[in-house]
Design a protein around this ligand. Structure first.
Ligand code: PLP
Length: 451
C-alpha cells in the first residue's frame, strides 16, 4: 500500500502519538529516504541532517553494507533468547569487541534495546550490587539538574528537568539532584566561580555536602552524562569528572556514565570516559552502537561489579531482546565501519572544522553567546545580551531550529536555548559550510549584526 504525501500526513495526524508534538500541530515532515547526511521527505524535499537523527547516525544514512548484514543475519538466525545458558555468536562477538575497546576493567556487557532501558538496568544494577554485598541501605542515586536519562521511572527520576516529571509523579524516591557543570553560566554558582577550576571547586563542595546530608553509606551510585546533551551540550571543566570520581571512590559510591549520546565516536574517542580520563563502574550506551540502523543498547560493566551481580542465581533481570542477533550483527559491522573509515579521528577533525565555520559565520552575531564543541557535539547558545548572558526569549511558533529547517532544509535541534548539532561523523566540509550558513541566514535576522 503506498500513499501520497498528503494522505501520509493525514494518516499520521489521525493515528500517531508523537513525543512532544501537540495534537493541534498540523505540520508533518515524513522522511522516506536517507543517504549519507542527506534525507528526502514524502514530498521529495531534500534535507541536510545536522542532528544525526537524534545524536546517533555516526556512519550516515542508507548504507547498504549494514542492510546486507541485517538481511544475512535474519536469514541465518533472526532471534533466540539470551536468558539462562542460551547465547548466540553475534552477541558474543560484539561483547568481546566492546570489552576490547572499553577502558579496563569494563569487561562485561549487558545488552538492552536502547538508552532508557540501559539506565533502568544501570540503576538497578547499582542498587543490587550493594544489596548483594550486604550494604542494603545504599539505595540513593545522585544525579544532576538538566540531566536527561530517558523515559523509565528510574532514569526518568534521575532526569533533571521538572517538565519530564510533571504529571508523572510520584517519581522514584531516593534520587537527589546536584548542580550541573556549566562554566558559561557562573550565576549557577552564586557568582563564586569565574574560572573552570572554581566551578569544579563549587560542585565538589556541593557533592561532599550532599553526601554528608544523605549519609555516605546510603548512596548507591551517581549517574551522569559526561557531557550533558539534552541539557544543551554542557561540557564540564577538565578536572570535574576526575575529582567527582575521587570523592565517590572515597565513599564507596559507584559511578555510572550515561554515554547514550557520547559513545562510539561522537566525541572523537570510543567513549567520553576516555576523553575525560575517568573510568566509571558502568557505562550505558545505545544510539551510535548501531548508528540507529536497528535498536540496541549495551552496558559496559566493571569486573568487580559483574563479579557480584553474577553470584549465586545470577543477575535477576532480563529483556526479551537481550543480545538480539540481528542488532548485535549490525552493531559489529557498524563498529567495523567506524574503525575502517577512521571516524574517531574524523569526529575530531570535522568537529573542529564545523566549530570554526560556526565561529566564522556566527561569531559576530549579538545573540550568539557561546559556541562550544567536543568532537561532533556542538552547540550555539543564544542570549539576549552577551554581557548579561540572559537566555534569548524564543517564540514557540517560530523557534530558530524550525525556521532553519523550513527555510533551508538543514535540520538542527533546540536544546535549552542552544542550537545543537550532532551530525553524522562522515559529514563533508561542504556540508559543514552549508549547515553553518543556514544558521547564519536565520540567526542574523533574529538579531541583525550591529544592532
Ligand atoms: N540518555 C541520554 C543521555 C540520552 O540522550 C537519551 C536519549 O536521547 C537517553 C538516555 C534515552 O535513550 P533512548 O531514547 O534510546 O531510550
Amino acid at each position: 500500500m503506498t500513499h501520497d504525501a498528503a494522505e501520509l500526513a493525514r494518516l499520521d495526524r489521525a493515528h500517531i502519538i508523537h513525543p512532544y508534538l501537540p495534537g493541534s500541530a498540523t505540520e508533518r515532515v515524513v522522511m522516506t529516504e536517507g543517504s549519507g547526511c542527506r534525507l528526502t521527505d514524502s514530498e521529495g524535499r531534500g534535507y541536510l541532517d545536522a542532528t544525526g537523527g537524534l545524536w546517533l547516525a555516526q556512519v550516515g544514512h542508507g548504507r547498504e553494507d549494514l542492510a546486507d548484514v541485517a538481511h544475512e543475519q535474519m536469514k541465518k538466525l533472526e532471534y533466540f533468547t539470551s536468558f539462562w545458558e542460551f547465547s548466540n555468536d553475534r552477541a558474543i562477538a560484539l561483547a568481546a569487541r566492546l570489552a576490547g575497546i572499553a577502558p579496563d576493567p569494563l569487561n562485561h556487557v549487558y545488552f538492552t534495546s536502547g538508552g532508557s532501558e540501559g539506565n533502568e538496568a544501570a540503576i538497578k544494577m547499582a542498587r543490587y550490587y550493594h544489596h548483594r554485598r550486604g550494604d542494603t541501605d545504599r539505595t540513593w542515586i545522585l544525579a544532576r539538574s538538566k540531566a536527561y536519562h530517558g523515559i523509565g521511572y528510574g532514569g526518568g527520576s534521575a532526569t533533571g528537568f521538572p517538565l519530564y516529571h510533571e504529571g508523572f509523579a510520584p517519581m522514584m524516591p531516593h534520587v537527589s539532584h546536584l548542580t550541573p557543570p556549566w562554566p558559561y553560566r557562573s550565576d549557577l554558582y552564586g557568582g563564586e566561580a569565574s574560572t573552570p577550576e572554581q566551578v569544579t571547586d563549587f560542585l565538589i563542595r556541593e557533592l561532599e555536602e550532599r553526601i554528608a546530608e544523605i549519609g555516605p553509606d546510603k548512596i548507591a551510585a551517581m549517574i551522569g552524562e559526561p557531557i550533558m546533551g539534552v541539557g544543551g551540550m554542557l561540557v564540564p571543566p577538565a578536572d570535574y569528572w576526575p575529582r567527582v570520581r575521587e570523592v565517590l571512590d572515597r565513599h564507596g559510591i559507584l559511578l555510572i556514565f550515561d554515554e547514550v549520546v557520547t559513545a562510539y565516536g561522537r566525541v572523537g574517542q570510543w567513549f567520553a570516559a576516555q576523553h575525560f580520563g575517568v573510568t566509571p563502574d558502568i557505562i550505558v550506551t545505545a544510539k551510535g552502537i548501531t548508528s540507529g540502523y536497528v535498536p540496541l543498547g549495551a552496558l559496559l560493566v566493571a569486573d568487580r561489579v559483574a563479579e557480584v551481580l553474577l553470584r549465586d542465581h545470577g543477575f535477576p533481570m532480563g529483556y526479551t531482546y537481550n543480545g538480539h542477533p540481528v542488532a548485535t550483527a549490525v552493531a559489529l559491522a557498524n563498529l567495523d565501519i567506524i574503525e575502517k573509515e577512521g571516524l574517531l579521528g574524523r569526529a575530531t577533525s570535522m568537529g573542529a572544522f564545523l566549530h570554526a565555520e560556526l565561529q566564522a559565520q556566527l561569531g559576530d552575531l549579538p545573540i550568539v553567546g557561546e559556541i562550544r564543541s567536543v568532537g561532533m557535539m556542538l552547540a550555539v547558545e543564544l542570549v539576549e545580551d552577551r554581557e548579561t548572558r540572559v537566555p534569548l526569549p524564543l517564540d514557540p511558533a517560530n523557534m530558530p531550529h524550525d525556521v532553519i529547517r523550513r527555510e533551508t532544509g538543514v535540520i538542527v535541534r533546540d536544546s535549552a536555548h542552544s542550537l545543537v548539532l550532532s551530525p553524522p561523523l562522515i559529514m563533508t566540509e561542504a556540508e559543514a559550510k552549508e549547515a553553518a550558513s543556514a544558521l547564519r541566514g536565520v540567526l542574523e535576522r533574529t538579531a541583525p549584526t550591529g544592532e
